[in-house]
Design a protein around this ligand. Structure first.
Ligand code: ADE
Length: 227
């Protein structure tokens, strides 16, 4: 998969996408991430990419021209399946949406700043608007990094058996069960007996029960019956 990210602060994206699983995915050639500094397409020699909003009011708006020039120059080389604008008023990100996007070939992401981007770019170029939660970040970069990470780890070959995404929280609308590692007893706190039993059926049943209980307790909205 290829992901192109347009941003006024591409440096913000470097660290989260250059470590651990994302780093491995990129090194293995399974995920290509290209970041693009919007100022490359600035309208003047001062690097201007934003301007005052029509109608007055505090806060700058990211201008059409640099964004459209950036988008079109990337489109000249790549056919994008989606052009995603990260914004707090977008569709709330879910594992279902991540799964869906992980099946695409080429994605473009646009990171907003200030008051956001000129509405005409949203109308004429953006195909999907995504929010990573009901709170406001100072820019879309961290949201783009979150989305890229969530998608990247699902690409075939990125995770091995041990880190498989199959048993993640949300993959089947259930939260993940508790996990333990050695020692079997620490300060008198014991690991549940069943996990030491060596009986895979019992372990699987216990995990499922725990997942269900945890989901019912913490996120009843994920269960169909809402119980
Ligand atoms: N930009 C600012 N806040 C955001 C959010 N919650 N999700 C996506 N992009 C954002």
């Amino acid at each position: 998969m290829r992901i192109d990210i347009i941003s006024v602060l591409p440096e913000l994206l470097e660290s989260p996408l250059n470590h651990s699983i994302m780093k491995r995915a990129r090194e293995k050639g399974l995920l290509e991430v290209h970041t693009h500094a919007l100022r490359t397409w600035a309208v003047n020699k001062y690097g201007q990419v934003d301007d005052y909003q029509f109608g007055g009011g505090a806060g700058m708006v990211m201008m059409c021209e640099p964004l459209v020039n950036a988008i079109e120059s990337l489109q000249a080389n790549v056919q994008y399946d989606e052009i995603i604008y990260l914004t707090p008023d977008g569709e709330r990100l879910s594992q279902r949406l991540v799964n869906q996007l992980s099946l695409r070939q080429n994605l473009m992401m646009i990171c907003g700043h200030y008051k956001g981007i000129d509405e005409r770019v949203r109308e004429h170029f953006v195909t999907r608007e995504v929010s990573i939660g009901d709170y406001v970040l100072s820019g879309g970069e961290l949201a783009a990094a979150v989305l890229t990470d969530a998608i990247g780890r699902l690409l075939p070959g990125v995770l091995n058996d041990e880190t498989s995404a199959l048993f993640d929280s949300f993959q089947d609308d259930l939260l993940a069960p508790p996990v333990y590692t050695r020692p079997a007893e620490f300060r008198g706190w014991k690991v549940p007996e069943v996990l030491l039993s060596g009986d895979p059926r019992k372990v699987e049943d216990w995990r499922h029960d725990q997942s269900l209980a945890r989901t019912r307790n913490r996120r009843p909205d994920l269960l169909d019956d809402g119980a």
